[in-house]
Design a protein around this ligand. Structure first.
Ligand SMILES: [Zn+2]
Length: 297
């Protein structure tokens, strides 16, 4: 059965850790845009789960493709509650039904969601003493896009330019919510559960996902960040061996110049790149977003 679950799930662009979480009862429900025939296949491998067609959501891509939103849950009531919460934009109930911790919901989801995930991530960083890699979902932000077509277009470019490892780009996370801090214990527990389920069904992919989530990141905003193989020296300085996958939509010239150096320093007005003591490049902040270093371990 394990092989069958693996083969069917891997054909579709769903978050493997989430759907396994619902199947094993560690997550109450999920919401995906799915075609009816996909749902029929899922029902074969998960006969105990309940699938509810909730009609079209506000996502411009799904509307265009005529793909309905399906709530997947252990029972009908939970699935109905999820569709209802989605229809009335009740972010608190949505967070609870998707299994997000109460501390994270209180911290983020009761504020205006439209402030955008950049501000939410910066707030979480300010609350963090440590950065657990289990909570790194910077590389997979599908659930954090608002409904603008511009966001979906950018996300689609991001997917295409990183698609040389088939399917992996859409699986780079073990939790789906923005945690209240990157050392939130309740979120770490969710990440641990997701990792052990993933290890059981997708062991090779899980090793790659974990290695990628442990990388250091210079984050500017949802679409612009850089991933490094390296060590964080301080909140404002990072020493690196290389710039690595995945690649965001940040200025390609910046990436090329980073490859000439091995140290970045964050200043108030810009980012400076050095090769040991020698200055090699200055990068102006994109859209005046100041960079922030995320030291995932
Ligand atoms: Zn939390």
């Amino acid at each position: 059965m394990s092989e069958k679950i693996r083969n069917i799930l891997f054909k579709y662009d769903v978050l493997l850790n989430e759907i396994l979480g619902v199947a094993y009862g560690t997550k109450p429900s999920v919401l995906y845009a799915l075609e009816d025939r996909t749902v029929e296949e899922f029902k074969q491998i998960f006969p105990n789960l309940y699938f509810l067609n909730g009609g079209y959501g506000s996502n411009p891509v799904d509307k265009q493709n005529h793909t309905p939103n399906y709530a997947i849950a252990k029972d009908e009531t939970t699935a109905k509650d999820l569709i209802e919460a989605q229809n009335i934009n009740d972010h608190i109930s949505l967070g609870r039904l998707l299994g997000y911790p109460e501390c994270c919901i209180r911290n983020h989801y009761n504020r205006s969601f439209s402030t955008g995930s950049k501000e939410m991530i910066i707030r979480s960083c300010e609350n963090s003493k440590n950065f657990s890699y289990l909570l790194n979902n910077i590389f997979n932000f599908h659930s954090r896009l608002n409904d603008s077509k511009e966001h979906f277009d950018k996300f689609s470019i991001y997917g295409k330019q990183n698609a040389y490892v088939p399917r992996l780009i859409s699986q780079l996370e073990l939790i789906s919510h923005i945690p209240c801090s990157y050392d939130c214990e309740d979120s770490i527990a969710i990440g641990e559960e997701a990792r052990s389920l993933m290890q059981e069904y997708f062991p090779e992919e899980t090793l790659r996902i974990e290695a990628t989530l442990r990388k250091k990141i210079l984050f500017f905003n949802m679409f612009e960040w850089i991933v490094f193989d390296g060590d964080v020296i301080s909140k404002k300085e990072l020493r690196y061996k290389d710039v690595v996958w995945p690649i965001s939509l940040i200025d390609k010239n910046f990436i090329l110049n980073l490859k000439k150096g091995n140290i970045i320093k964050l200043l108030e007005e810009n980012v400076q790149v050095f090769n040991n003591d020698k200055h090699v490049y200055t990068f102006e902040h994109p859209l005046r977003d100041k960079g922030i270093i995320l030291d995932f371990k």
